[in-house]
Design a protein around this ligand. Structure first.
Ligand code: SAM
Length: 282
């Protein structure tokens, strides 16, 4: 594979297991002129492991604006550059948004080199519905703001995914218990791809107890996933169900005509519809 000049490559790097750096990612990192990294010391270790000698430059939340201008100038001059973060996919709760936006504004090509991402790895192994999900990133650190934010998500029907720092894991889980209900199904995905990996599917209360009982679970990097709220029944469906229950009860005590008349008066459903239903129920 050979890289194209003037392209910004957004390269995913391992979450822990170095075997997850794809061959395409390795080739890209080896061939670009410069790699913008969140923490150059951390990324230097990764590059050393793979024998990659490409120079690194720091790009983090405190210098992203000025650094982006510099990198855009290099891209416009024809250099190929790569963007990486400390772990996983850049821009996913990581720096890079300003640079990628600036590249698009200049009509430069931005090419993803996909790979590890904690939220996707956690979801794929969670056993929770994965057809629709909402990634919420990190919750607010302060308890009041965190609970208020969770309350806005109480009725969300999609699977919810949160990143969390280990020292806030217990507090966040107990707030989720209080807001979403102790019985809501959830998953703790910890230390993914590392030696002490945990993927535990349980009720929120079960997860609170599990983490509380084992101090080991209170350390390391983690993702919390929570099953969405049950979808509300459509209004007609609710009425139909209620009127059927009502009609069934009345039919046990009254003749059909009388039962239908009363059920129609109480539920507002058309007499003819209830009459047909009564005949089927009889
Ligand atoms: N860009 C990264 C990605 O693609 O997932 C995420 C970076 S964000 C600053 C760091 C958070 O990702 C951690 O606090 C944790 O919630 C999650 N994370 C990163 N590595 C993880 C791992 N090995 N196991 C579980 N969660 C992880």
């Amino acid at each position: 594979m050979s890289i194209e000049q003037g392209v910004l490559y957004v390269v995913a790097t391992p979450l822990g297991n170095l075997g997850d750096l794809s061959p395409r990612a390795q080739e890209t990192l080896a061939q670009v002129a410069l790699i913008a990294a969140e923490d150059t010391r951390h990324s230097a270790r990764l590059l050393r492991h793979f024998g990659i000698k490409t120079p690194l430059i720091a790009l983090h939340e405190h210098n992203e604006r000025e650094r982006s201008a510099e990198l855009i100038a290099r891209l416009k001059a024809g250099d190929a550059l790569a963007l990486i973060s400390d772990a996983g996919t850049p821009l996913i709760s990581d720096p890079g948004y300003t640079l990628v936006r600036a590249a698009h504004a200049e009509r430069l090509r931005v090419c993803p080199i996909p790979g590890p991402c904690a939220l996707i790895a956690a979801l794929s192994a969670s056993g929770l519905p994965s057809d629709r999900f909402a990634f919420e990133g990190f919750l607010p650190a302060r308890a009041t703001a965190r609970r208020a934010h969770l309350t806005t998500l109480q009725h969300e029907t999609r699977t919810l995914i949160f990143y969390e720092a280990p020292h806030r894991l217990q507090d966040s889980l107990s707030d989720m218990c209080a807001v979403f209900g102790a019985e809501r199904q959830a998953v703790l995905a910890r230390e993914l791809t590392k030696i002490f990996e945990t993927v535990r599917n349980d009720s929120l209360q079960g997860l609170c107890d599990f983490v509380h009982a084992d101090p080991q679970q209170q350390k390391g990097e983690c993702v919390i996933l929570v099953q969405g709220a049950p979808a509300p029944l459509a209004l007609e469906h609710t009425i139909a169900l209620d009127s059927e229950t009502l009609l069934r009860a009345l039919l046990t005590e009254l003749p059909v005509k009388q039962a239908v008349r009363l059920a129609a008066a109480i539920s507002g459903v058309k007499k003819n519809d209830l009459y047909d239903l009564a005949l089927r129920l009889k």
